[in-house]
Design a protein around this ligand. Structure first.
Ligand code: V4E
Length: 212
């Protein structure tokens, strides 16, 4: 399980130039397609749990045990099918669908429907310990992300998490990429535009919208 600390930023005309001047190195251009899944009652997303297939491979983001208050997002990331299935079954027993031996992702996915699908063109830089991505989607939305990962941290390591958030916040302001307003991500923009009923439920539950 990895901890991902991520701060989104608005892309301006000079953002990439600014980043390069600060010492960032261009790493890659990639294109991937994400399909996001949930139950018909939105059980996963209403629990701030994000299950997707990225180019056909399952990935799951779940909240850490405790978060610090910041515009910087904090999620645990799982990318092995076994770990993902076990986390989903633990938190959403309804997905076991009658299986007593432990359902696999193939069985679990039969209880789920796709609620978003889009392709992202990503330009990635590294600077110090950070990855900085410039994402442009096929539905005409763009957003930047500063990301710090820790592949070896427990879900309840509040001190480690706090230090990482502080580090990202400091870096974002040092290169002038931080704003006082929350910057929304690709899935949020997609839901707002194309799935207003689902989006409304997430806003009502304080998962999306004007929340920190
Ligand atoms: C975590 C989350 C969602 C899933 C998509 O996560 P995100 O990190 O935005 O996607 P992406 O493509 O950058 O993934 P990466 O390649 O970095 O692994 S959808 C909504 N959330 C929660 C969320 C939130 N509440 N607020 C903000 C600003 N971002 C995400």
């Amino acid at each position: 399980m990895a901890l991902e600390i991520e701060r989104k930023f608005v892309i301006h005309e000079d953002s990439e130039t600014k980043l390069i001047k600060a010492g960032a190195v261009l790493k890659k251009h990639v294109t991937f397609t994400d399909a996001y899944f949930d139950t018909n009652n939105y059980d996963l997303s209403l629990a701030d749990t994000w299950l997707r297939k990225r180019d056909g491979k399952w990935q799951l983001k779940i909240p850490p045990r405790e978060r610090c208050t910041s515009l910087t997002c904090q999620y645990m990331e799982l990318d092995s099918d076994m770990e993902i299935a076990s986390s989903l079954l633990h938190n959403f027993p309804i997905l076991a669908n009658g299986s007593e031996t432990g359902a696999t992702m193939v069985e679990i996915s039969q209880c789920l429907s796709e609620f978003a699908r889009f392709t992202t063109h990503r330009t990635s830089y590294t600077i110090h310990d950070f990855h900085v991505d410039f994402d442009r989607t096929d539905f005409g939305f763009e957003v930047g992300e500063i990301e710090l990962m820790n592949d070896d941290i427990q879900r309840d390591d509040g001190v480690g998490l706090h230090l990482m958030v502080e580090k990202v916040d400091k870096f974002a302001s040092s290169i002038d990429f931080s704003t006082s307003e929350r910057v929304i991500g690709k899935v949020e923009e997609f839901l707002q535009r194309f799935r207003p009923e689902h989006y409304g439920k997430l806003v009502a539950a304080n998962i999306m919208g004007n929340t920190v």
